[in-house]
Design a protein around this ligand. Structure first.
Ligand SMILES: Nc1ncnc2c1ncn2[C@@H]1O[C@H](COP(=O)(O)OP(=O)(O)OP(=O)(O)O)[C@@H](O)[C@H]1O
Length: 607
């Protein structure tokens, strides 16, 4: 029963070969064909070579029976030329093989990276909040760029060595059938040791991935730019280095055990193999001394045995390598098999352009995966085209979460969100997101040109469209950019040559321009001016009001002085809407909003 299960697992495992080879083929069909041709040549060349050597030795040893040296020369010269020719061809094949191998490895690894990128883009945001996903991603990244190509290499090597081995075994069979059997027996212990080690290594890697990731995290903290300031000011460098070292030491110790076990087992296997092959050599020399074999035969069989052993060794190494590749490919497929759940329906409805009734959240509740708490609870609100609503509330009250649901980065656990009465889940996802322009509080800083930073908001426009400058003027970024050395062509950030760093408020203006550039029906600004000075903030909101016209706008801010402009204000607390109305209505209610507003106003006066 156990054997059947093992066999089944082995077959399942082998099935991964085909798609991996398909990936290799897709990435570089011409290189693949060339490689297979070279491998076939390289497989046959050793046989031709040693056969010519045998004929040459025979011709030379006939010297004793043939008295005419001219005749001997005539017979042996073409053979010698043949041996040299084959050696030369072998060398040329080897050189081309290396070239093809290097070129194809590059192609396959780039192709695999593209596949990983495509998958990463398609999967749900929720995956990124799951540690197991990060383990899977890390393992997939480790395998993706090397394994598929390695499989082809090993298959090619196995083919090449297989051809050589069959030829050598054929030769040895003419001497004694038992020799081939002994060769095979000699290879068995090594094969078994390898397979056992591969399985151990695979399980070891799965167990240790989280620790590996943790250690890499500390390395990233120490090396990365993002934490460079705090690490220096808080003196955290040594602490993080120590934590990194501790983790690496744990990994090292565990791996060392694995390697020691493998080495000892290999040593034992090699000793057994050595004794078996040694006995065959002994027998051949005995036969030669007996006179049963002549000198040419001795050379032929010695070479056949040596090369046969070499080919068998390489073949078993390639086959066990293939087994390893198959096993570890599971890591790649585990990632490639992840399926997004936030997708367009099979027959999506067209998103209305322009919207008439607007967006409605109808009793929406939501919990993040693996969280028992509800981040949103029974939320109902609406925003019509041309209206601006504001969401206010303490940290963690659910404002950003609500926006993420609106963009369908997540789907509600209960309730529904509609656009003109149509559930978001019934709409085309790409079209929906095209109609929403969002700048989150943790907006992106792209280390690209200033122009690209804004253009990314609407890549359907030409990269130097005049609308980019218009959007920059609206957000206040234009003045910042024109003062840069190369204006809109200036590289932002310090990651690449000639980059210019911006202040946080300036980066925010650039991000805001990106949002303004998007031709969408809904605009969402999540803390868009938190880093701006009061004058810039005032300008942004003044422009914003003029700008939105028919757009539905949602504004999230802690600065209550700016939410007065909203048509309606929703006050959130612990995932619920606790108050809603205009500024005046809410002030009159003397509830949470009025309290927050008065506290801020008081602080402002005190300041
Ligand atoms: N990715 C996530 N996974 C699990 N829980 C999350 C996640 N993001 C936010 N939360 C939780 O959801 C709740 C609401 O968070 P949210 O970011 O929506 O608050 P917020 O009102 O925007 O806060 P802030 O004013 O600080 O930006 C918080 O309790 C937070 O801990």
């Amino acid at each position: 029963m156990q054997f059947a299960a093992k066999l089944n697992a082995f077959i399942q495992n082998t099935q991964r070969l085909i798609p991996a080879l398909r990936l290799v083929w897709q990435s570089s069909p011409r290189w693949t064909i060339l490689r297979l041709l070279l491998v076939t040549c390289q497989g046959f060349l050793p046989l031709i070579s040693i056969y010519l050597v045998k004929l040459l030795v025979d011709a030379l040893t006939h010297r004793t029976t043939i008295s005419n040296p001219q005749l001997i020369l005539q017979q042996s010269t073409p053979l010698l030329v043949g041996v040299i020719g084959v050696t030369l061809i072998t060398l040329i094949c080897k050189t081309f093989s290396d070239l093809v191998n290097t070129a194809q490895t590059q192609r396959v690894s780039d192709h695999m990276r593209s596949i990983l990128h495509a998958k990463s883009i398609s999967i749900d945001l929720a995956y990124y909040e799951n540690p197991q996903y990060h383990d899977t991603l890390q393992r997939a990244q480790q395998e993706a760029t090397t394994r598929p190509n390695q499989i082809l290499t090993r298959l090619a090597q196995a083919g090449q060595n297989g051809i050589s081995l069959v030829a050598m075994v054929g030769l040895l069979l003419t001497l004694h059938w038992g020799i081939s059997i002994i060769l095979l027996l000699a290879a068995m212990p090594t094969i078994l040791v390898r397979l056992r080690h591969i399985r151990r290594l695979y399980h070891w890697q799965r167990i240790w991935t989280p620790v590996e990731r943790q250690s890499m995290y500390f390395s990233w903290l120490i090396i990365g730019e993002m934490f460079a300031k705090e690490i220096r000011l808080f003196g955290l460098g040594d602490l993080f280095s120590q934590r990194f070292d501790q983790l690496r030491k744990k990994i090292y110790n565990a791996k060392l055990q694995l390697i020691i076990q493998r080495s000892l087992s290999f040593l034992a296997a090699q000793l057994v193999a050595g004794m078996l092959v040694g006995s065959v050599y002994g027998w051949i020399f005995h036969q030669t001394l007996d006179g049963s074999l002549n000198l040419g035969d001795l050379v032929l069989y010695h070479q056949a045995l040596q090369r046969g052993q070499g080919a068998l060794k390489s073949l078993t190494s390639s086959l066990s390598g293939l087994y390893e590749d198959n096993l570890f490919l599971a890591n790649l497929y585990e990632f490639l098999d992840l399926t997004p759940t936030i997708i367009s329906p099979a027959s999506p409805k067209a998103i209305p352009v322009p919207m008439r009734q607007g967006i409605v959240l109808d009793r929406v509740s939501f919990s993040y995966a693996d969280s028992s708490r509800q981040a949103l609870h029974d939320i109902s609100l609406s925003v019509k085209p041309g209206e601006t609503i504001a969401l206010v509330g303490e940290n963690g009250s659910g404002k950003t979460t609500l926006i993420k649901l609106l963009c369908r980065l997540y789907d509600p656990t209960n309730g529904r969100i509609t656009v003109d009465g149509m559930d978001l889940r019934d709409l085309n996802l790409t079209e929906l997101r095209q109609q929403i322009s969002v700048i989150f509080q943790d907006y992106a800083k792209y280390y690209l040109s200033a122009q690209d930073n804004i253009w990314l908001g609407n890549i359907h426009l030409p990269p130097s469209d005049s609308a980019i400058v218009a959007a920059a003027k609206q957000s206040g970024a234009h003045d910042v950019i024109t003062r840069l050395p190369q204006g809109y062509d200036t590289m932002l950030g310090k990651l690449f040559n000639d980059g210019e760093e911006l202040s946080i408020g300036q980066w925010q203006k650039v991000a805001l321009a990106r949002a303004f550039l998007r031709e969408s029906q809904v605009i969402v600004l999540d803390e868009p001016t938190s880093a701006m000075d009061p004058k810039a903030e005032y300008e942004v909101f003044k422009t914003f009001r003029e700008l939105i016209q028919d757009q539905a706008a949602i504004l999230i801010t802690h600065r209550l002085s700016t939410v007065r402009m909203a048509d309606r204000i929703y006050v959130m607390d612990s995932g619920r809407i606790v108050e809603s109305g205009s500024h005046d209505q809410l002030m009159a209610m003397q509830g949470t909003y009025a309290h927050l507003f008065n506290t801020q106003a008081q602080n402002y006066v005190l300041a």
